[in-house]
Design a protein around this ligand. Sequence first.
Ligand code: UD2
Length: 309
Amino acid sequence: MARYLITGGCGFVGSHLADALLARGDEVVVLDNLSTGKRANLAPEARVIEGDVADPDAVARAIAGCAGVFHLAGIASVAYCNEHWREGHVTNQTGTVTVFEAAARAGRVPVVYTSSAAVYGDAGPGAVDEARVPRPRTPYGVDKLGSELHGRIAMGVHGLPTVGLRPFNIYGPRQDPSSAYSGVISIFNSRLAQGLPVTVFGDGLQTRDFVYVADVVRFLMAAMAHAPQAAGEVFNICTGRTTTLLALIDTLARLHGRVPVVQHGDPRVGDIRDSLGDPNRARAVLGVTAEVTLEDGLAALLRQSQAAG
Ligand code: UD2
């Protein structure tokens, strides 16, 4: 049993990770500013420190006594970061450097952090692997890439092992559907459940690699287990399977037993056309792959959201 810090642990992914660590018998400390996360997401056994990830004192307090840090805190919305450039930068990049520095000072505590598939930019059709030259198109992607660059030099300069993960589009229970900035599946799922129309930005033929949150948790845990060998490296979190937005709507609508009403709006600024990850490197080095199909993941999401009322 060990103690782990999860930054952003009251959020969507962090709260699922906390459940998995607690189930394994670990102790969990969470640092969260509750800007989008909710205490209600988190198991009561986890200790919550309310504070900001870009505040060095709060991070140092939270990290004390921890065997590892899962740094998940951040502003997840590409669109929000377009509109709030500096705020996104402070949280997503300064926040990451703040965590790295605190971890180095606390005795070189290994850090697993979430970067993003947004570092690739518009990579075109076909699966991208980690050797692809990153070309982010948005402030969000730039800040994630900047975080990775700090993570890559952390070992050489500070002896700090870090492992970066590049999630593609994560979905699952507890992803908040109430914000326009939330993940598309949570929004479409909630609207279809209420019999409301869904709005597609653009023609709906953009593609995504949707990965279920329980799979993401397994990638995070595998990365922590491999932190000494994989220090300074980055890995995709993806399924290697592609889906258009229109196909996603069809599958979701079928699961809901509804005929979807689809409206179209303008494409979002900086929106990526095709996003598909190559899962081979994570499989080879971390020994982990995504196991949940989109159909099964959506069905699980529906069951949970119907149970939650
Ligand atoms: C996701 C992640 C982001 C980053 C990125 C990696 C979220 C919220 N964002 O950005 O953190 O990891 O992937 O590339 O998970 N859309 C609609 N209608 C809606 C909402 C969205 O058509 O009501 C479209 C949107 O224009 C885009 C697609 O759905 O083409 C996915 O949008 P998103 O906001 O779920 O995620 P994305 O890919 O911008």
